[in-house]
Design a protein around this ligand. Structure first.
Ligand SMILES: Cc1cc2nc3c(=O)[nH]c(=O)nc-3n(C[C@H](O)[C@H](O)[C@H](O)COP(=O)(O)O)c2cc1C
Length: 220
């Protein structure tokens, strides 16, 4: 698969089959993704991969916790500014409309939206997930490094015929994740990532993108 195809076919997949992710494919992906760039090559990402019984237990604990209405864990970073200014607020609203329209859920149907969001805690059915941490002492440039690393993982997964969904939602229940992976205290959970084969029967929210001129200026 060429890089353009990997970029174009990667999307946040929210419906996976239970077909196992081959261990050798996953190891190939993670070994290759380690070549992602980082400032001064400090490689600030720290990843835990869960599958089998440990992932099953984590999903169960998270679903139970969220269904019981447990409050989220104290935040270690702000997911979004409280007031998402223009044009970001409009883009977020457009995404919400695309996502819930694909699911046939009305915007004002809060319960149905909550049910859909619950899929996060089941990794949307994926048999494998990774959890990506970063040291709390590192700063914005290193968080950007981590993003490049995660995108590298997602593109390489495409080359293996696999799909993914990055999920910051997991940071909301970071203590439940910590119970499963026992990270050192100096690490912050940025996100989870569900990994597996797409379930073609699940409706897809194909997101759009801003016109190129809105995000890129060519100066010559
Ligand atoms: C850092 C990050 C965190 C995300 N967190 C979630 C999440 O918690 N749950 C979810 O369903 N999607 C999540 N997404 C997926 C985005 O909604 C998705 O990437 C975006 O809408 C663009 O759609 P596409 O990836 O299908 O092109 C996340 C994406 C990124 C990059």
């Amino acid at each position: 698969m060429d890089v353009y195809e990997a970029v174009k076919t990667r999307r946040a997949v929210r419906g996976f089959t239970d077909r196992p992710v081959p261990d050798d494919a996953l190891r190939r992906v993670l070994a290759a993704a380690a070549w992602a760039p980082s400032g001064s090559n400090i490689q600030p990402w720290r990843v835990y991969v869960l599958t089998g019984e440990p992932l099953k237990q984590l999903k169960k604990a998270a679903v139970e916790r969220v269904t019981a209405g447990d409050p989220w864990d104290e935040r270690q970073f702000q997911m979004y500014p409280p007031e998402l200014k223009s044009p970001y607020g409009e883009r977020r609203s457009a995404f919400g409309i695309q996502r819930y329209t694909a699911l046939g859920v009305a915007r004002e149907d809060w319960e149905a939206r909550q049910r859909a969001a619950l899929g996060n805690w089941d990794c949307f059915g994926a048999p494998t997930a990774l959890f990506c941490y970063i040291d709390r002492d590192l700063g914005m440039p290193q968080w950007a490094d981590m993003g490049m690393y995660l995108q590298t993982v997602m593109l390489l997964l495409r080359a293996e015929g696999l799909h993914s969904c990055p999920q910051m939602a997991w940071s909301q229940v970071r203590e439940t994740v910590a119970d499963a992976v026992s990270p050192p205290d100096d690490l912050i959970l940025f996100c989870g990532m569900s990994i597996g084969y797409e379930d073609p029967s699940v409706s897809v929210a194909r997101t759009g993108r801003a016109p190129l001129g809105d995000t890129v200026s060519f100066v010559s």
